[in-house]
Design a protein around this ligand. Sequence first.
Ligand SMILES: [Zn+2]
Ligand SMILES: [Zn+2]
Length: 272
Amino acid sequence: MARITRCNSGIPPWHVAFSARRCLDRVFRFLPASQKAADALAAALLTPTCVVCGRLLEQILSPCVCETCWCNIPLITPPVCDRCGDPIARPEEVCRACIDRDHTIDRARSAGRYEGNLRIIIHAMKYHERRSLISPLAERMKTCGRKILNETDALVPVPLHQWRQLSRGFNQSAELARLLGLPVLHLLRRTRHTRSQIELPAAERRANVQNAFALRRRWLRNPQLLGKRLALIDDVTTTGATLDACGRVLKAAGASQVFSLTAARVVRRSNA
Ligand SMILES: [Zn+2]
Ligand SMILES: [Zn+2]
């Protein structure tokens, strides 16, 4: 059953929401075309529930996840592999999967595992336009990615294909990068539309993103990139194929090191 609480002022949330609905009705009374927008806004005010557990939120205008659900996201905490960022049982330098691998990405970190509450939160941010979730996710990325951010000259968001960005209205990677406190360079573009990595079997993911990224024209043969330490920013790492493909482009352009920082990652079963 929904938990109903009071705001700090002592006024029950439904009373505030009801008053807000009445104000909105007055404002939009003479603008029938805007009624739909008024209804959507009123619905958000009348039923401010947590997108994870569905409980009524304590504050009408708070980000749309309750405190309990934020506390229960599956964070990745040390010890982690210094290369891929997967959690490991013992504090070794790198995990078994990384020992014999060639690495395009010099160091990767993610705030949490792409499962449970964190998966729901990222879906809500990306597919249901809950942009208020971007800031708290960026805060958690800052915490887990301190080592990377301290050694990085600039952040590079993983780009969306222009049609996908147009339909979504924003690029979540760029929005996250904007809040991480370092210069953001939009160096990359997608050369073609690719299917979402999440919906593909592991074997097909590398082929799906092969040659799918290129440097934007104005950065071609730009000496400013020589020797730069860059960090790719994305919301989710699945197999790392997308980040590898982007990293190859950045290294070919002259970057000395390429890191990656994401809000969540799919943890390899061998390391879980
Ligand atoms: Zn909740
Ligand atoms: Zn590793």
